[in-house]
Design a protein around this ligand. Structure first.
Ligand SMILES: Cc1ncc(COP(=O)(O)O)c(C=O)c1O
Length: 395
Protein backbone atom coordinates (compact mmCIF):
# COMPACT_ATOMS: atom_id res chain seq x y z
CA UNK A 1 0.00 0.00 0.00
CA UNK A 2 1.13 3.52 -0.66
CA UNK A 3 0.90 5.56 2.55
CA UNK A 4 0.80 9.35 2.56
CA UNK A 5 4.15 11.08 2.36
CA UNK A 6 3.48 12.98 5.56
CA UNK A 7 3.68 9.69 7.50
CA UNK A 8 7.30 9.01 6.64
CA UNK A 9 8.40 9.88 10.21
CA UNK A 10 6.64 6.84 11.65
CA UNK A 11 9.82 5.14 12.80
CA UNK A 12 9.50 6.44 16.39
CA UNK A 13 6.77 4.46 18.12
CA UNK A 14 7.70 5.21 21.73
CA UNK A 15 4.38 6.76 22.69
CA UNK A 16 2.36 4.01 21.07
CA UNK A 17 4.50 1.38 22.77
CA UNK A 18 4.04 3.12 26.11
CA UNK A 19 0.27 2.96 25.68
CA UNK A 20 0.45 -0.71 24.75
CA UNK A 21 2.82 -1.64 27.58
CA UNK A 22 0.47 0.01 30.05
CA UNK A 23 -2.04 -2.69 29.23
CA UNK A 24 0.30 -5.54 30.15
CA UNK A 25 -0.79 -6.68 33.59
CA UNK A 26 2.48 -7.91 35.04
CA UNK A 27 4.54 -4.95 33.89
CA UNK A 28 5.59 -2.22 36.32
CA UNK A 29 5.14 0.64 33.94
CA UNK A 30 6.59 4.08 34.60
CA UNK A 31 6.14 4.82 30.93
CA UNK A 32 2.75 6.22 29.89
CA UNK A 33 1.68 9.58 31.35
CA UNK A 34 -1.64 8.27 32.59
CA UNK A 35 -3.49 9.74 35.54
CA UNK A 36 -4.27 7.20 38.25
CA UNK A 37 -7.55 5.43 37.47
CA UNK A 38 -8.41 5.10 41.18
CA UNK A 39 -8.94 8.89 41.21
CA UNK A 40 -11.71 8.74 38.60
CA UNK A 41 -14.91 9.75 40.41
CA UNK A 42 -17.04 6.82 39.27
CA UNK A 43 -20.06 7.44 41.50
CA UNK A 44 -20.27 11.13 40.71
CA UNK A 45 -19.98 10.40 36.99
CA UNK A 46 -22.70 7.77 37.24
CA UNK A 47 -24.98 10.25 38.97
CA UNK A 48 -24.37 13.07 36.57
CA UNK A 49 -24.73 10.80 33.51
CA UNK A 50 -28.13 9.72 34.86
CA UNK A 51 -29.11 13.34 35.50
CA UNK A 52 -28.06 14.32 31.98
CA UNK A 53 -30.17 11.58 30.41
CA UNK A 54 -33.08 12.49 32.66
CA UNK A 55 -32.87 16.25 32.06
CA UNK A 56 -31.59 16.47 28.51
CA UNK A 57 -33.23 13.38 27.01
CA UNK A 58 -32.49 12.79 23.32
CA UNK A 59 -30.46 15.99 23.08
CA UNK A 60 -27.70 14.25 25.03
CA UNK A 61 -27.46 11.63 22.29
CA UNK A 62 -27.63 14.03 19.36
CA UNK A 63 -24.88 15.96 17.60
CA UNK A 64 -23.65 19.00 19.45
CA UNK A 65 -22.80 22.34 17.88
CA UNK A 66 -19.30 22.26 16.40
CA UNK A 67 -18.01 24.81 18.91
CA UNK A 68 -19.28 22.67 21.79
CA UNK A 69 -21.94 22.70 24.52
CA UNK A 70 -22.35 26.36 25.41
CA UNK A 71 -23.02 25.76 29.10
CA UNK A 72 -19.71 23.91 29.43
CA UNK A 73 -17.91 26.66 27.54
CA UNK A 74 -19.40 29.27 29.88
CA UNK A 75 -18.32 27.33 32.94
CA UNK A 76 -14.81 27.02 31.51
CA UNK A 77 -14.55 30.72 30.71
CA UNK A 78 -15.47 31.58 34.28
CA UNK A 79 -13.09 29.00 35.68
CA UNK A 80 -10.18 30.27 33.58
CA UNK A 81 -10.96 33.84 34.63
CA UNK A 82 -11.12 32.93 38.34
CA UNK A 83 -8.07 30.69 38.42
CA UNK A 84 -5.75 32.26 35.90
CA UNK A 85 -7.02 35.76 35.14
CA UNK A 86 -7.77 34.78 31.52
CA UNK A 87 -10.35 36.72 29.63
CA UNK A 88 -12.10 34.84 26.82
CA UNK A 89 -15.52 35.44 25.27
CA UNK A 90 -17.92 32.63 24.36
CA UNK A 91 -16.91 32.71 20.70
CA UNK A 92 -13.25 32.41 21.66
CA UNK A 93 -13.47 28.90 23.09
CA UNK A 94 -14.31 25.57 21.46
CA UNK A 95 -14.52 22.10 22.93
CA UNK A 96 -12.18 19.56 21.37
CA UNK A 97 -11.98 15.76 21.55
CA UNK A 98 -8.95 15.70 23.84
CA UNK A 99 -6.34 18.41 23.70
CA UNK A 100 -4.52 16.15 21.27
CA UNK A 101 -7.14 17.19 18.72
CA UNK A 102 -6.28 20.83 19.41
CA UNK A 103 -2.63 20.06 18.64
CA UNK A 104 -3.56 18.28 15.43
CA UNK A 105 -5.88 21.06 14.28
CA UNK A 106 -3.16 23.61 14.99
CA UNK A 107 -0.86 21.75 12.63
CA UNK A 108 -3.65 21.67 10.06
CA UNK A 109 -4.22 25.40 10.44
CA UNK A 110 -0.73 26.84 10.56
CA UNK A 111 1.72 24.37 9.05
CA UNK A 112 2.60 23.51 5.44
CA UNK A 113 5.23 21.09 4.23
CA UNK A 114 8.71 22.47 4.90
CA UNK A 115 7.59 25.09 7.44
CA UNK A 116 9.45 25.28 10.72
CA UNK A 117 7.78 24.59 14.07
CA UNK A 118 9.69 25.48 17.21
CA UNK A 119 9.63 23.29 20.31
CA UNK A 120 11.21 23.23 23.72
CA UNK A 121 14.08 20.78 24.04
CA UNK A 122 12.90 18.21 25.09
CA UNK A 123 9.17 18.37 24.37
CA UNK A 124 5.87 16.45 24.57
CA UNK A 125 6.09 13.57 22.15
CA UNK A 126 2.39 13.69 21.22
CA UNK A 127 2.80 17.27 20.00
CA UNK A 128 5.99 16.40 18.15
CA UNK A 129 4.20 13.56 16.37
CA UNK A 130 1.06 15.60 15.65
CA UNK A 131 3.03 18.42 14.06
CA UNK A 132 5.54 16.22 12.30
CA UNK A 133 2.62 14.65 10.47
CA UNK A 134 2.19 17.98 8.63
CA UNK A 135 5.75 17.60 7.32
CA UNK A 136 7.10 20.48 9.31
CA UNK A 137 10.78 20.82 10.04
CA UNK A 138 11.02 20.56 13.82
CA UNK A 139 13.53 22.83 15.48
CA UNK A 140 14.08 22.78 19.21
CA UNK A 141 15.29 25.54 21.48
CA UNK A 142 17.39 24.69 24.54
CA UNK A 143 15.68 25.11 27.89
CA UNK A 144 17.08 25.76 31.33
CA UNK A 145 15.35 25.48 34.68
CA UNK A 146 13.37 28.66 34.00
CA UNK A 147 12.01 27.71 30.58
CA UNK A 148 12.88 28.34 26.95
CA UNK A 149 16.17 30.22 26.57
CA UNK A 150 15.39 33.53 24.89
CA UNK A 151 18.83 34.24 23.33
CA UNK A 152 18.76 30.79 21.69
CA UNK A 153 15.21 31.42 20.48
CA UNK A 154 16.31 34.74 19.00
CA UNK A 155 19.13 33.02 17.09
CA UNK A 156 16.77 30.39 15.72
CA UNK A 157 14.20 32.97 14.63
CA UNK A 158 16.97 34.87 12.85
CA UNK A 159 18.24 31.74 11.19
CA UNK A 160 14.87 30.44 9.94
CA UNK A 161 13.11 33.78 9.42
CA UNK A 162 9.68 33.59 7.82
CA UNK A 163 9.74 29.80 7.62
CA UNK A 164 8.83 29.67 11.33
CA UNK A 165 5.05 29.16 11.50
CA UNK A 166 4.42 28.17 15.10
CA UNK A 167 5.97 27.78 18.56
CA UNK A 168 4.67 24.97 20.75
CA UNK A 169 5.25 25.19 24.51
CA UNK A 170 4.17 23.31 27.63
CA UNK A 171 5.17 25.70 30.45
CA UNK A 172 3.58 23.97 33.49
CA UNK A 173 5.15 20.80 34.94
CA UNK A 174 6.22 19.94 31.46
CA UNK A 175 5.89 16.57 29.87
CA UNK A 176 8.55 15.10 29.96
CA UNK A 177 10.82 17.03 32.38
CA UNK A 178 8.29 18.06 35.06
CA UNK A 179 9.77 21.56 35.00
CA UNK A 180 7.76 24.80 35.01
CA UNK A 181 8.76 28.09 33.46
CA UNK A 182 9.42 30.85 35.98
CA UNK A 183 7.10 33.87 36.00
CA UNK A 184 9.98 36.02 34.86
CA UNK A 185 10.68 33.83 31.86
CA UNK A 186 6.99 33.76 30.93
CA UNK A 187 6.91 37.58 30.88
CA UNK A 188 10.22 37.81 29.07
CA UNK A 189 9.09 35.31 26.43
CA UNK A 190 5.81 37.11 25.75
CA UNK A 191 7.53 40.50 25.64
CA UNK A 192 10.05 39.12 23.14
CA UNK A 193 7.68 37.16 20.93
CA UNK A 194 5.19 39.98 20.45
CA UNK A 195 7.70 41.42 17.98
CA UNK A 196 6.97 38.47 15.66
CA UNK A 197 3.85 37.39 13.77
CA UNK A 198 4.10 33.80 15.01
CA UNK A 199 1.33 31.96 16.85
CA UNK A 200 2.26 30.43 20.21
CA UNK A 201 0.50 27.19 21.07
CA UNK A 202 0.34 26.99 24.86
CA UNK A 203 -0.42 23.49 26.10
CA UNK A 204 -1.70 23.83 29.67
CA UNK A 205 -2.41 20.13 30.27
CA UNK A 206 -0.75 20.12 33.71
CA UNK A 207 -1.44 23.71 34.81
CA UNK A 208 -3.73 22.66 37.66
CA UNK A 209 -1.62 19.77 38.91
CA UNK A 210 0.44 21.89 41.28
CA UNK A 211 1.56 20.35 44.56
CA UNK A 212 1.99 23.79 46.13
CA UNK A 213 -0.76 26.31 46.69
CA UNK A 214 0.67 28.68 44.17
CA UNK A 215 -0.69 28.74 40.62
CA UNK A 216 1.31 30.42 37.93
CA UNK A 217 -0.21 32.65 35.30
CA UNK A 218 -0.25 31.10 31.83
CA UNK A 219 1.53 32.76 28.91
CA UNK A 220 -1.93 33.67 27.60
CA UNK A 221 -2.31 35.99 30.60
CA UNK A 222 0.60 38.13 29.37
CA UNK A 223 -0.57 38.07 25.74
CA UNK A 224 -1.62 41.56 24.68
CA UNK A 225 -1.68 40.79 20.99
CA UNK A 226 -3.91 37.71 20.64
CA UNK A 227 -0.94 35.57 19.67
CA UNK A 228 -1.44 32.67 22.07
CA UNK A 229 -3.66 29.70 21.33
CA UNK A 230 -4.36 28.16 24.73
CA UNK A 231 -5.35 24.52 25.14
CA UNK A 232 -6.67 22.89 28.29
CA UNK A 233 -7.98 19.42 29.09
CA UNK A 234 -9.95 17.44 31.66
CA UNK A 235 -7.75 14.41 31.01
CA UNK A 236 -5.30 14.97 33.87
CA UNK A 237 -7.61 16.61 36.40
CA UNK A 238 -10.68 14.42 35.92
CA UNK A 239 -10.32 11.50 33.49
CA UNK A 240 -9.01 11.08 29.95
CA UNK A 241 -11.64 8.63 28.69
CA UNK A 242 -14.35 11.24 28.14
CA UNK A 243 -12.03 13.03 25.71
CA UNK A 244 -13.23 16.49 26.69
CA UNK A 245 -10.79 19.37 26.28
CA UNK A 246 -10.87 22.96 25.07
CA UNK A 247 -9.05 25.41 22.85
CA UNK A 248 -9.11 29.21 23.20
CA UNK A 249 -8.04 31.71 20.59
CA UNK A 250 -8.95 35.22 19.50
CA UNK A 251 -11.94 35.50 17.19
CA UNK A 252 -10.28 35.78 13.80
CA UNK A 253 -8.21 32.65 14.43
CA UNK A 254 -11.09 30.82 16.06
CA UNK A 255 -13.24 31.15 12.93
CA UNK A 256 -10.68 29.04 11.12
CA UNK A 257 -10.40 26.46 13.90
CA UNK A 258 -14.17 26.09 13.82
CA UNK A 259 -14.17 25.13 10.15
CA UNK A 260 -11.39 22.60 10.79
CA UNK A 261 -13.15 21.13 13.81
CA UNK A 262 -16.28 20.68 11.71
CA UNK A 263 -14.26 18.91 9.02
CA UNK A 264 -12.47 16.73 11.59
CA UNK A 265 -15.41 15.27 13.54
CA UNK A 266 -18.47 17.57 13.28
CA UNK A 267 -18.62 17.87 17.07
CA UNK A 268 -17.18 16.35 20.23
CA UNK A 269 -19.32 13.86 22.16
CA UNK A 270 -22.45 15.65 23.37
CA UNK A 271 -23.14 13.43 26.34
CA UNK A 272 -19.54 13.67 27.57
CA UNK A 273 -19.66 17.47 27.42
CA UNK A 274 -23.04 17.61 29.17
CA UNK A 275 -21.77 15.24 31.81
CA UNK A 276 -18.73 17.45 32.47
CA UNK A 277 -20.93 20.55 32.80
CA UNK A 278 -23.34 18.74 35.10
CA UNK A 279 -20.49 17.38 37.22
CA UNK A 280 -19.09 20.86 37.74
CA UNK A 281 -22.49 22.25 38.67
CA UNK A 282 -23.15 19.59 41.30
CA UNK A 283 -19.67 18.71 42.58
CA UNK A 284 -16.53 20.34 43.80
CA UNK A 285 -13.97 19.95 41.00
CA UNK A 286 -11.41 21.99 42.94
CA UNK A 287 -11.72 19.61 45.90
CA UNK A 288 -11.29 16.69 43.53
CA UNK A 289 -8.15 18.22 42.01
CA UNK A 290 -6.79 18.87 45.49
CA UNK A 291 -7.16 15.21 46.41
CA UNK A 292 -5.48 14.11 43.16
CA UNK A 293 -2.59 16.47 43.82
CA UNK A 294 -2.19 15.12 47.37
CA UNK A 295 -2.00 11.57 46.02
CA UNK A 296 0.48 12.46 43.27
CA UNK A 297 2.64 14.46 45.65
CA UNK A 298 2.84 11.40 47.87
CA UNK A 299 3.71 9.18 44.89
CA UNK A 300 6.34 11.65 43.72
CA UNK A 301 7.91 11.50 47.18
CA UNK A 302 7.89 7.70 47.19
CA UNK A 303 9.63 7.64 43.80
CA UNK A 304 12.11 10.39 44.69
CA UNK A 305 12.90 8.59 47.97
CA UNK A 306 13.68 5.42 46.03
CA UNK A 307 15.96 7.31 43.63
CA UNK A 308 17.82 8.77 46.61
CA UNK A 309 18.24 5.41 48.31
CA UNK A 310 18.60 2.96 45.41
CA UNK A 311 20.27 4.78 42.53
CA UNK A 312 23.94 5.64 42.06
CA UNK A 313 24.72 9.21 43.07
CA UNK A 314 25.82 10.13 39.54
CA UNK A 315 22.17 9.89 38.45
CA UNK A 316 20.65 13.38 38.71
CA UNK A 317 17.11 14.72 38.90
CA UNK A 318 15.22 17.83 39.93
CA UNK A 319 12.22 17.30 42.20
CA UNK A 320 9.12 18.37 40.20
CA UNK A 321 6.58 20.58 42.01
CA UNK A 322 3.62 19.15 40.13
CA UNK A 323 2.55 17.07 37.15
CA UNK A 324 3.25 13.41 36.57
CA UNK A 325 6.94 12.96 35.77
CA UNK A 326 10.47 12.75 37.11
CA UNK A 327 13.25 13.26 34.58
CA UNK A 328 16.45 11.33 35.27
CA UNK A 329 19.84 12.16 33.88
CA UNK A 330 22.52 9.47 33.58
CA UNK A 331 26.15 10.52 33.25
CA UNK A 332 27.20 11.84 29.80
CA UNK A 333 27.92 9.11 27.29
CA UNK A 334 25.51 6.62 28.86
CA UNK A 335 22.50 5.37 26.91
CA UNK A 336 19.03 5.10 28.49
CA UNK A 337 17.97 2.77 25.65
CA UNK A 338 20.48 0.20 26.90
CA UNK A 339 18.97 0.54 30.37
CA UNK A 340 15.47 0.06 28.96
CA UNK A 341 16.41 -3.23 27.28
CA UNK A 342 17.67 -4.54 30.63
CA UNK A 343 14.68 -3.14 32.56
CA UNK A 344 12.13 -4.64 30.15
CA UNK A 345 13.66 -8.08 30.74
CA UNK A 346 12.79 -7.60 34.42
CA UNK A 347 9.34 -6.26 33.50
CA UNK A 348 9.94 -2.62 34.32
CA UNK A 349 9.23 0.04 31.69
CA UNK A 350 9.96 3.74 31.19
CA UNK A 351 10.43 5.99 28.16
CA UNK A 352 13.89 6.96 27.01
CA UNK A 353 14.55 10.70 26.98
CA UNK A 354 15.73 10.62 23.36
CA UNK A 355 12.11 10.03 22.26
CA UNK A 356 11.24 13.54 23.44
CA UNK A 357 13.79 15.40 21.35
CA UNK A 358 12.22 16.90 18.23
CA UNK A 359 15.60 17.34 16.54
CA UNK A 360 19.15 16.71 17.91
CA UNK A 361 18.89 14.01 20.55
CA UNK A 362 20.48 13.36 23.93
CA UNK A 363 20.59 9.70 24.88
CA UNK A 364 21.42 9.76 28.58
CA UNK A 365 17.99 10.75 29.99
CA UNK A 366 14.78 8.98 30.86
CA UNK A 367 11.24 9.86 31.89
CA UNK A 368 9.55 8.18 34.83
CA UNK A 369 5.83 8.53 35.46
CA UNK A 370 4.95 8.46 39.17
CA UNK A 371 1.17 8.96 39.12
CA UNK A 372 0.02 5.60 38.02
CA UNK A 373 1.59 2.91 40.22
CA UNK A 374 0.83 1.91 43.81
CA UNK A 375 3.53 2.59 46.43
CA UNK A 376 4.33 -1.10 46.52
CA UNK A 377 4.85 -1.31 42.75
CA UNK A 378 6.86 1.91 42.66
CA UNK A 379 9.11 0.64 45.43
CA UNK A 380 9.56 -2.74 43.77
CA UNK A 381 10.07 -1.29 40.28
CA UNK A 382 12.49 1.41 41.42
CA UNK A 383 14.52 -1.10 43.38
CA UNK A 384 14.92 -3.18 40.23
CA UNK A 385 15.70 -0.09 38.14
CA UNK A 386 18.20 1.18 40.69
CA UNK A 387 20.04 -2.16 40.72
CA UNK A 388 20.10 -2.33 36.91
CA UNK A 389 21.36 1.25 36.72
CA UNK A 390 24.19 0.50 39.17
CA UNK A 391 25.13 -2.55 37.17
CA UNK A 392 25.02 -0.60 33.90
CA UNK A 393 27.06 2.34 35.16
CA UNK A 394 29.67 0.11 36.78
CA UNK A 395 29.88 -2.43 33.97
C1 LIG B 1 1.49 17.86 27.50
C2 LIG B 1 0.31 17.09 27.00
N1 LIG B 1 -0.53 17.70 26.16
C3 LIG B 1 -1.60 17.06 25.68
C4 LIG B 1 -1.88 15.75 26.02
C5 LIG B 1 -3.08 15.09 25.41
O1 LIG B 1 -4.08 14.95 26.33
P1 LIG B 1 -5.61 14.76 25.97
O2 LIG B 1 -5.70 14.58 24.48
O3 LIG B 1 -6.03 13.54 26.71
O4 LIG B 1 -6.29 16.00 26.41
C6 LIG B 1 -1.02 15.07 26.88
C7 LIG B 1 -1.27 13.67 27.24
O5 LIG B 1 -0.47 13.00 27.83
C8 LIG B 1 0.11 15.77 27.38
O6 LIG B 1 0.98 15.20 28.22
Amino acid sequence: MDYAKRLSWLEDQSLLKAFQLAETEDMISFSAGFPSSETYPLDAVKESMARVIENQGEAALSYCSTSGYSKLRQILIKRMADKFGLDYALDEIIITSGSQQGLDMSGMLFVNEGDVVIFEEPSYLGAVNALRAYQAELVSVPTDREGMEIPALRDILERYGKRVKMIYVNPDFQNPTGRSWSDERRKEFMEFIKGYEIPVLEDAAYGELSFDKERQKPLAYYDKKGQVVYIGTFSKIFCPGLRVAWLCARRDIMEKYLVLKNAADLSSSTIAQMQMADYMEHNDLDGHIKSICALYKHRRDVMAGMIDSEFPKEVKYVLPKGGLFIWLELPEGKDAAELLVRAAQKKVAFITGASFYPSAKKNNELRLNFSNMSDEKTERGMKILGAITKEYLNG
